[in-house]
Design a protein. Sequence first.
Length: 298
Amino acid sequence: MELLMKRKLGRESRDYLAITFGLICYSIGWAAFMLPYQITTGGVTGIAAIIYYVTGIEIQVSYFIINAIFMGFALKILGPKFSVKTVYAIFMLTFLLWLFQTILKDEDGNLPQLLGPGQDFMACVIGAGLLGFGIGIVFCNNGSTGGTDIIAWIINKYKDVTLGRMMMYCDIVIISSCYFIFHDWRRVLFGFCVLFIMSIVIDYVINSTRQSVQFLIFSKHHNEIAEGISTRVNRGVTLLDGQGWYSKKDIKVVVVLAKKSESLDIFRLVKDIDPDAFISQSNVVGVYGEGFDKLKVK
């Protein structure tokens, strides 16, 4: 029980550290590239940016107030564990947005255009990449930056729709509304560019971390290998009966489904037990069930 609690505490600590890192990337994207070039996008942060451009109210203030309302839905539908991390992310992002704006402001209190004047498109691309990378990391660790992220998670909870695509649907209306405020199609187009790049980066980050692999391990020390993978890597193991066609000898085949990030641990374990083991590793399109993704049917 004590070991289980330590593992759970370790996973939670890693989640919060990863969420914080993702939020730092997200905040830098806004403070260094989006706000100085007056580029906006969807989500609550996009709405807060529009309010900032029009009224001068700092982005973190509007962001925090709007998210306080959205959190009511998250508490009821997504559960307390998700909501605790979301509350943490909202407070942390509010602080980080303020912090990086304060650090980057010049003597006149303005955010400088780090890439130079007229580099709006490059700022759009770099900023969107940082935003998507940051949100992707937050999502991978069961967190959320609030706002339309919560809507995306609610729908993803019941339907097999990618988070990046769901966020895109939610944000199209927000970006399109920019025209009625600024009467400038250029801002709208930049907003859609940011949205497009973000959705690609988010899906890439999430899919790369969730990618699964299948191992077929042939070894005389199959019992030791199976026990090691079960206890040290904490993955389920299946033993299949096999027969070598050339040798006509019976053999046990160790079958393991694991996350791609766990591959190195499995290779090291097998090498320590049986350096002569024959191993086959292949990528798996999808793995559903305990320890992996939940099966969702439309």
